[in-house]
Design a protein around this ligand. Structure first.
Ligand code: CP
Length: 325
């Protein structure tokens, strides 16, 4: 039995298999229709979702599965009301897999506590646990991102990706930047992590990314400058995240982010620094004209809707991989 809590815990070979499977599912959907007939998926959402929830439910339906949505308002969901041990033991006796989304607010902004809860579910579960995004990782998003980059750029090796911080009115989780950093370094990309100096990612993630680079043959650079970091880029991956030094302290965090508001609101003119055929990516949701301007989001570089669509094929591939005997 295998969980999907981070991509880092999966071998490159298994990740490649998922990507190939997702591609086949995208172009040959009938081949897989109802192949998981009789299987069931429990979906636990401590926090809202549009893409993860809907792509998973549609994928499950197409595979012939039952998916049941549980929110905090309609179940004795783990953390406070019922122990995670009891919840996980009981649910894993009904279902064939369990997916969980848990954001920092649920765990009072204690970094990594959300991931700990996902792992606690796994400890007591008899069936695979799928991370629907916790406070540290969003593996389904990162899997989709690499799938999309391969689709648009044919290969990932030595493609330059700029993972760019952007302004947002509130501090956001680190799960997406952590996960795309780990996957892009795993897939031999030339990665530039661009952010204001207060917005470094955590040391543990950076050291894993550096280890990935040694194995994959890519590179990893850091920059606090938009022009320098966007120059010659093939992929600009924009996402806002909160400052670790002020994690859980909204007032202090605001004082760090406000000076960066104007410069780090992504403008379409920034894409002029990149390669002509570069692509603009964002996992969505995105606040228009706050995180990035409409001209960027709707402009010729943007592939955000294809990226979002691909969430369907990667979750479908994962469900099939985990549950098909
Ligand atoms: N990208 C993503 O996970 O979107 P949702 O929050 O809508 O699921």
């Amino acid at each position: 039995m295998k969980d999907f809590i981070t991509t880092q815990e999966w071998s490159k070979k298994d990740l490649d298999t998922l990507l190939e499977l997702a591609k086949d599912m995208k172009y040959n959907p009938l081949k897989y229709q109802n192949k998981l007939d009789g299987k069931s998926l429990c979906m636990f959402f401590y926090n809202p979702s549009t893409r993860t929830r809907n792509s998973t439910q549609v994928a499950a339906y197409q595979l012939g599965m039952l998916s049941v949505l549980n929110g905090i308002k309609d179940s004795w969901i783990g953390y406070h009301s019922e122990s995670i041990k009891d919840t996980s033991r009981v649910l894993s006796s009904y279902y064939d897999a369990i997916g969980i989304r848990i954001f920092p607010n649920v765990v009072d902004w204690k970094y990594k506590e959300g991931n700990k809860i996902v792992r606690e579910f796994s400890e007591w579960s008899k069936v695979p646990i799928i991370n629907f995004e916790d406070d540290q990782f969003h593996p389904l998003q990162a899997l989709t991102d690499i799938f999309t980059i391969k689709e648009k750029k044919r290969t990932t090796e030595h493609k330059k990706i700029t993972i760019s911080w952007a302004y947002h009115p509130k501090p956001l989780p680190l799960s997406v930047p952590n996960s795309i950093l780990l996957m892009s370094t795993r897939y031999g990309m030339d990665v530039t992590l661009a952010h204001p100096k207060e917005y470094e990612l955590d040391d543990e993630i950076i050291s894993k990314a550096q280890k990935n680079i040694k194995e994959s043959g890519g590179s990893l650079n850091f920059s606090n400058d938009i022009k320098e970091s966007y120059e010659d880029s093939d992929i600009v991956y924009v996402k806002s995240w909160g400052a670790i030094s002020a994690y859980g302290d909204a007032k202090k965090e605001k004082s760090l982010r406000m000076p960066n508001r104007d410069n780090w609101m992504i403008k379409s003119k920034y894409l002029n620094y990149t390669n002509k055929d570069s692509i603009f990516m964002h996992c969505l949701p995105i606040r228009r004209n706050i995180v990035a301007d409409d001209e960027t989001i709707d402009g010729p570089h943007s592939i955000i809707y294809d990226q979002a669509e691909n969430r369907l094929y990667t979750i479908k591939a994962l469900l099939y991989y985990l549950l098909h005997n």
